[in-house]
Ligand binder design. Structure first.
Ligand code: PGA
Length: 259
C-alpha cells in the first residue's frame, strides 16, 4: 500500500518531500530526479532551495514527465522553460543534465523512444515527483492510458486544457497534444512521490489511492508500485475513506523508516 501522509498545508508537504530529496542527493550525488510541472510541485522546489544551498548538485540529473507538442521551447509555458525557471536555475543544477521530452514536431515519432533510452542510460529514475490532474492523469496519461505505456504522444482532454488555460492567454492557446512518459515508464522509477492539494483533487486522490486499479483513472497505477508516498493536504484527503488509519499509521511510524 502507498503511504499516505496528510499534512496541514503545501509548505509542510514541500518541506517533507524536500528533506527526502536532499537526503537522496547527499547519499547519491548523481541521483536521478523525476521532475513534475504544474502548480503542485512548486512548494517542493521552493523548499529545496535552502536545503540544497551549498550542496554539490553538479552531478544531479533530472527528467521531466512531459512536454507540450508543437510549442516553441522558448515559450514561457513550455515545460522546458518551466523546468529551467523553477528547478534548474534556482537549484543550480547543470542544464545539460536535466531533460524534458522533445515536443518539436520534426521527428516527433522518434522522440519518445529517444527519451526512454536517455532515462535507461541514466540508470532509471530514483525519485519521481507526481501531481495528479482532475481527470486522474499522472504525467499527461489521460484516462484510458495503458499501464504498459512508454513515452509517447497523447491527446490532451478538453478538461486538462481548461485546467491549464490559466498558464496561457486562453484555452485555445493550450496545445492539444503532449509527449509524456507512459504509465509503464513512471512505474519503473524506484520511488514515487505523489502530491495533491485542494478540494478539486479530492476525487482523483481517492480514486488513485482507494479505488479500483483501472486505466480509467490512470493515477490508480500507483497501487501497482512497491514504494509510493502520497502527500496531501486536508482538502485533497477529504474523500479518503481510511484517512484516520493513514494518520494513525504515520503517527506511529518507526523513525528509521524514512519516507
Ligand atoms: P497542477 O497539475 O499541479 O497544476 O494541479 C497537476 C497535473 O496535471 O498533473
Amino acid at each position: 500500500m502507498a503511504e499516505i501522509v496528510i499534512v496541514p498545508d503545501r509548505a509542510a508537504a514541500g518541506a517533507l518531500v524536500a528533506d527526502e530529496i536532499a537526503a537522496l542527493i547527499a547519499r547519491r550525488p548523481d541521483a536521478v530526479l523525476g521532475l513534475a510541472t504544474g502548480s503542485t510541485p512548486l512548494p517542493v522546489y521552493e523548499a529545496l532551495r535552502s536545503r540544497l544551498a551549498g550542496a554539490d548538485v553538479s552531478r544531479v540529473r533530472g527528467f521531466a514527465l512531459d512536454e507540450y507538442v508543437g510549442i516553441d521551447p522558448g515559450h514561457p509555458e513550455s515545460y522546458r522553460s518551466v523546468i529551467t525557471r523553477e528547478v534548474v536555475r534556482p537549484l543550480g543544477l547543470d542544464p545539460a543534465r536535466v531533460r524534458t521530452p522533445d515536443g518539436t514536431l520534426d521527428g516527433i515519432e522518434h522522440h519518445g523512444e529517444d527519451y526512454e533510452e536517455a532515462i535507461a542510460h541514466a540508470g532509471g529514475v530514483d525519485l519521481q515527483l507526481l501531481g495528479i490532474g482532475t481527470t486522474g492523469h499522472i504525467g499527461f496519461n489521460e484516462p484510458g492510458s495503458s499501464f504498459a505505456s512508454r513515452t509517447r504522444v497523447k491527446t490532451l482532454t478538453q478538461q486538462t486544457r481548461e485546467d491549464n488555460a490559466r498558464f496561457f492567454d486562453s484555452v485555445d492557446d493550450v496545445p492539444t497534444h503532449c509527449i509524456t512518459q507512459g504509465l509503464g515508464t513512471i512505474l519503473d522509477a524506484r520511488h514515487l512521490v505523489l502530491l495533491a492539494f485542494g478540494e478539486g483533487k479530492a476525487a482523483a486522490v481517492a480514486g488513485a489511492v482507494e479505488g479500483p486499479v483501472t486505466s480509467s483513472l490512470p493515477g490508480s497505477a500507483i497501487q501497482l508500485h512497491p514504494h509510493v508516498t502520497v502527500v496531501v493536504d486536508e482538502s485533497a484527503a477529504s474523500r479518503l475513506a481510511h484517512a484516520d488509519y493513514y494518520r494513525y499509521a504515520y503517527a506511529r511510524k518507526p523513525a528509521w523508516q524514512g519516507l
